[in-house]
Design a protein. Structure first.
Length: 603
C-alpha cells in the first residue's frame, strides 16, 4: 500500500488515463466541463429511469417547476419555470402552479421548425406519462402513494382495455386551468408533496410531439426547456451535453452560504452572468476507481465528485486535503450525504424470504454476522456514519444519537440464532443447511468493479464465520436494476440518495404497494403499511416522529433491509473550476459551474 500511495502522489503517465477521457476536449470550442460517472446510465426518459446517473443528465435537460437555491444552506426551494411558488390549500390537498410565459423547448425536428413554448398542458401530459403502463415507470409510486385523484383509475382502464392510455381524458387530480396554470389534487393531505416539484429528472416537462415522434426511442431523445441539450451519446461510454441555444434569460444570483466562506469570492465573480456558464459538459463512464482517480490527477477530469472510496485516505487523510493536492490548488469539500448504503433481502425469495420466525431469524442472523464497522473502514476508508434507522442526515427526524439494533455486530449471537431455528450443519461439510435439510447458499448480486469485488470478499468472510455459504451473481449495473425490479435477485447492495429534506422515500422502500418501484425487498407488512400511510398525512412534529420510529422498529425486527451507513463524500475540483459545491438534494449543478479556460493546462 505504501508503494502504491507514493506512485499515485507522484503522478502517472498520461497513458494510464482512459482513452475516452484523453480524447475529450480536443477540437471542442468554448468552456467544457469534464466529469465521470462510476456506473453506466440507462437512458434519458424521466418516465422510464430510476438510477442516479441517468437522472443527473435528465435534470440538466428538462425543467421542473421548482428548483433549489444552489448555494443556500439549509436547502431552500425557489421557482424555476413558475412565476412564484405554488399555492397550496390549507389541507395540503390542492396545489396550483402558475407558469412563467416565454419558456421554450430546445429546437427539435418533432416541432417542425416552429418555436415551442412550455405551457401548463405539458406538465399535465408529462406527469400523466408516469401512469401510462406502456412506460412501466419505476417512479410511479411518487404520485400513486399520494393518490392523485382520477389517475389510478385512468391507469386501470388502460391495463384492462386495448386502446392504450387515454391522455385526453380529463381527471380531477391533474388539469390545466388555462395556458399557464395547472392544478394538482390529492385524495389525502401531503404537507411535503411540494418537494417533488424540484426534481427535474422525474417532474421535468416533455412535449407530447416529442414522445409521439420518437416513441420507444425516447430514452435517446430527451428534449426539454433546461440549460443543456443532448449532443452525443455512446451508451455506457460517453455522454455529451451542449448549451441549449433557446434557453431563457437566466442569470447567476446565488451567494455563498455562511458555512462556505471559501466560495464567497467565487460566487461574487459569477454574479449577473448569463446561465448556463458552460458551453459543453462531457461525461465519461469510468467504473473502476483507479482510472477515475488517475484521470483527475492528470487534469483529464475537472471534477471528482465523489473521490472513489478506495482513495479517500489518500485525498483527505484525517479529513483534511492532502498536502500534495493542496499545493496544486485543488479544492476539496467533505459532505455528509443524505443517503443510505444498504443490502436488501428479497422477502419473496424461497430461501431468505418470508415472515415466519425461522425466515426472519435467518435474515437477522445474517445482519448480526455482518461487521458494519469493518465494512465502512475497509470499503469506504472510514468515510461513513453507521446507519441506525431509515432516517438519513439532513432530513426530518434524523438524530445522530438515536440507536436501534440495526447494524449490530455479534457473530456469537448470529450462530446461536441459527442453531435455535434449525439452520445446522447436518452433513459435516462445514456449511449450514436449512431446517428442512436443503442447502443454504446465499446469492448476492454485484457488479464486476474492484470495489464490489472487495465487498464480496468481506461478505464471504463474514458469512463463513457463522457457517453460511454465499455466492455472487455478477452483472452490469443497468441489468441488475432490471432484474431487481422484476424480483429476480435474492440480495443486492447499493446506496439510495434522497432528493428532499425528508426520509419518506427511504421508508417507502418497505411500503408494500411500492413493490414494482423502489421496494426492491418486496416487503409487504400490513402493520408497516398502515404506519407509512398515516405519517404521509401528518405535519412534521412529535406525532409524525413517533409514527416513523414505530415503523423503524418493524423494519429492524423483520430485517428486509440491512442498513449499513450514510456516506461522507469527498469532492475534489481542479483550480480552474469556479463555484462548485455539492447540493444535498439535487443533482443539477453543471449549469451553475464555470471553468477558467485560460488557467486550465492544455493537453
Amino acid at each position: 500500500m505504501t508503494t502504491r500511495r507514493r506512485f499515485l502522489q507522484s503522478g502517472a503517465t498520461l497513458a494510464a488515463a482512459p482513452a475516452a477521457v484523453r480524447a475529450q476536449g480536443r477540437g471542442a470550442s468554448g468552456k467544457v466541463l469534464r466529469v465521470a460517472f462510476a456506473a453506466a446510465e440507462t437512458g434519458f426518459d424521466p418516465a422510464q429511469v430510476q438510477d442516479l446517473y441517468s437522472r443527473t443528465v435528465i435534470s440538466h435537460i428538462l425543467d421542473a417547476p421548482l428548483e433549489y437555491d444552489y448555494q443556500e444552506r439549509p436547502a431552500r426551494l425557489q421557482p424555476n419555470t413558475l412565476e412564484d411558488m405554488p399555492q397550496a390549500s390549507d389541507d395540503f390537498r390542492v396545489f396550483t402552479f402558475r407558469l412563467r410565459p416565454g419558456v421554450f423547448f430546445a429546437d427539435d425536428p418533432a416541432f417542425k421548425g416552429v418555436p415551442r413554448e412550455l405551457v401548463a398542458a405539458d406538465y399535465v401530459y408529462s406527469w400523466k406519462r408516469l401512469y401510462d403502463p406502456r412506460w412501466k415507470s419505476p417512479m410511479l409510486f411518487v404520485l400513486e402513494n399520494s393518490k392523485v385523484l382520477g389517475l389510478t383509475e385512468l391507469r386501470a382502464a388502460a391495463l384492462k382495455g386495448k386502446q392504450g392510455f387515454d391522455y385526453d381524458s380529463a381527471v380531477d387530480g391533474l388539469r390545466a386551468l388555462d395556458r399557464y396554470t395547472l392544478q394538482l389534487r390529492l385524495a389525502e393531505p401531503n404537507p411535503r408533496f411540494i418537494y417533488n416539484f424540484a426534481d427535474a429528472s422525474l417532474f421535468g416537462a416533455v412535449a407530447r410531439e416529442v414522445v409521439e415522434a420518437y416513441g420507444d426511442q425516447m430514452m435517446a431523445h430527451p428534449v426539454g426547456t433546461g440549460p443543456f441539450r443532448l449532443a452525443a451519446w455512446t451508451r455506457s461510454s460517453r455522454i455529451v451535453l451542449e448549451r441549449n441555444p433557446t434557453y431563457r434569460a437566466q442569470r447567476y444570483e446565488f451567494k455563498a452560504a455562511d458555512d462556505a466562506p471559501e466560495l464567497q469570492q467565487e460566487t461574487r465573480a459569477l454574479q449577473g452572468r448569463t446561465l448556463p456558464l458552460l458551453d459543453r459538459v462531457e461525461v465519461s463512464i469510468i467504473e473502476e476507481s483507479q482510472p477515475r482517480w488517475l484521470a483527475f490527477l492528470q487534469g483529464q477530469l475537472d471534477l471528482l465528485d465523489p473521490v472513489p472510496v478506495d482513495f479517500g485516505v489518500i485525498a483527505a487523510p484525517n479529513g483534511r486535503l492532502a498536502p500534495f493536492l493542496h499545493r496544486r490548488g485543488i479544492k476539496a469539500r467533505l459532505t455528509p450525504m443524505s443517503d443510505v448504503n444498504l443490502t436488501y433481502f428479497n422477502v419473496e425469495d424461497p430461501l431468505v424470504g418470508g415472515y415466519t420466525p425461522e425466515r426472519v431469524a435467518l435474515r437477522r442472523a445474517v445482519a448480526l454476522a455482518f461487521d458494519n464497522a469493518d465494512y465502512i473502514r475497509s470499503i469506504f476508508s472510514g468515510f461513513g456514519v453507521p446507519a441506525q434507522s431509515p432516517f438519513v442526515p439532513g432530513t426530518f427526524g434524523y438524530d445522530p444519537a438515536y440507536r436501534t439494533s440495526m447494524g449490530q455486530f455479534d457473530q456469537a449471537r448470529a450462530r446461536a440464532l441459527l442453531d435455535t431455528f434449525g439452520y445446522l450443519d447436518r452433513d459435516g461439510d462445514g456449511w449450514r443447511e436449512t431446517p428442512s435439510g436443503e442447502k443454504l447458499v446465499l446469492q448476492l448480486a454485484a457488479t464486476n468493479t474492484q470495489r464490489d469485488r472487495r465487498g464480496n470478499e468481506l461478505w464471504r468472510k463474514y458469512m463463513s464465520a457463522v457457517g453460511i455459504k454465499i455466492e455472487f451473481k455478477i452483472a452490469q449495473w443497468p441489468e441488475l436494476v432490471k432484474q431487481s425490479m422484476a424480483g429476480q435477485l435474492m440480495m443486492w447492495s447499493f446506496s439510495w440518495q434522497v432528493s428532499a429534506p425528508d426520509s419518506d422515500v427511504v421508508f417507502g422502500m418497505a411500503y408494500g404497494p411500492n413493490k414494482q418501484a423502489i421496494n426492491d425487498a418486496r416487503f409487504d407488512l400490513p402493520a408497516f403499511n398502515a404506519l407509512f400511510e398515516r405519517q404521509r398525512a401528518m405535519a412534521d412534529g412529535a406525532a409524525r416522529l413517533d409514527t416513523l420510529r414505530e415503523a423503524t422498529r418493524l423494519m429492524v425486527a423483520y430485517m428486509s433491509y440491512l442498513l449499513h451507513m450514510h456516506r461522507v463524500n469527498i469532492d475534489l475540483a481542479q483550480p480552474w473550476v469556479i463555484g462548485y459545491r455539492r447540493h444535498p438534494f439535487t443533482s443539477r449543478s453543471w449549469c451553475w459551474i464555470d471553468v477558467d479556460s485560460e488557467s486550465r493546462p492544455t493537453a
